[in-house]
Design a protein around this ligand. Structure first.
Ligand SMILES: Cc1cc2nc3c(=O)[nH]c(=O)nc-3n(C[C@H](O)[C@H](O)[C@H](O)COP(=O)(O)O)c2cc1C
Length: 212
């Protein structure tokens, strides 16, 4: 069965980017007959939620007030991100770790796409109702340092908990997060070992997914 795959990437170092190399490894494993869409956040920067935009969003998505055509147009980028996500079966997100979390454009993409009334709802009787329960997510990241007790950095990498919380919130049931840590720190031979391990885990996930 064909699947809609959405690739959301922020790999601004492009040919130098280790995260992009990891993404390319994944894409090679994916079936050719799937339908692919890509959002390159280093090219199309998501608009931030300024006062005007957040007011329009609350008026429309929380208070169910109609907006004018011109006001709708002001939300068009965030709506196109949300509509793409709702139609997605498999989401692949790839970015480096910046300042212990996701880079700002990736967070801005989440803020824009995870819209009440589109990807989740909140009702008086049921509380949060996730609307993307068909979604599978593969998140890829690379990081410069290693996060563990040896380096006194344990728990400082927030990328995994942020992805996990957000994708669970909208209903994704299968969320896989593969990171390669230490790329600016460990010796080259250790980079090779860590990269191979990430490839092995990715291959296992794809094998399982494509068997279903
Ligand atoms: C603005 C910025 C912030 C960064 N912050 C962190 C960080 O908090 N922790 C970390 O381990 N690496 C950090 N790094 C290093 C990158 O995560 C690392 O070099 C990564 O592999 C870069 O990915 P790329 O090769 O795909 O560009 C930072 C890099 C930049 C440019």
């Amino acid at each position: 069965m064909s699947m809609n795959v959405l690739v959301v990437k922020y790999t601004p170092r492009e040919e130098e980017s280790r995260t992009k190399a990891l993404l390319e490894y994944v894409i090679k494993l994916f079936p050719e007959d799937y339908i692919y869409q890509e959002v390159d956040l280093a090219y199309t920067l998501p608009e931030l939620m300024d006062r005007r935009k957040i007011a329009l969003y609350y008026r429309r998505n929380y208070d169910q007030q109609p907006l004018t055509e011109q006001e709708e147009a002001e939300l068009s980028q965030m709506d196109s991100f949300a509509d793409q996500l709702v139609q997605t079966d498999i989401l692949i997100v790839a970015c480096p770790l910046y300042n212990f979390g996701v880079p700002a454009p990736v967070k801005a993409w989440i803020d824009a796409s995870f819209q009440r009334g589109k990807t989740f709802d909140v009702t008086e009787s049921n509380g949060v109702v996730p609307l993307c329960d068909h979604l599978r997510v593969l998140s890829l990241y690379t990081a410069g340092i290693v996060f563990d007790e040896v380096h006194n950095t344990e728990g400082m990498n927030t990328i995994e908990s942020l992805f996990e919380a957000n994708f669970r919130w909208i209903g994704a049931t299968d969320i896989r997060i593969i990171g390669i840590e230490g790329l600016d720190m460990v010796p080259p031979e250790e980079v090779v070992i860590r990269t191979k391990e990430a490839h092995r885990r990715i291959t296992d996930i794809c094998y399982k997914w494509f068997q279903q």
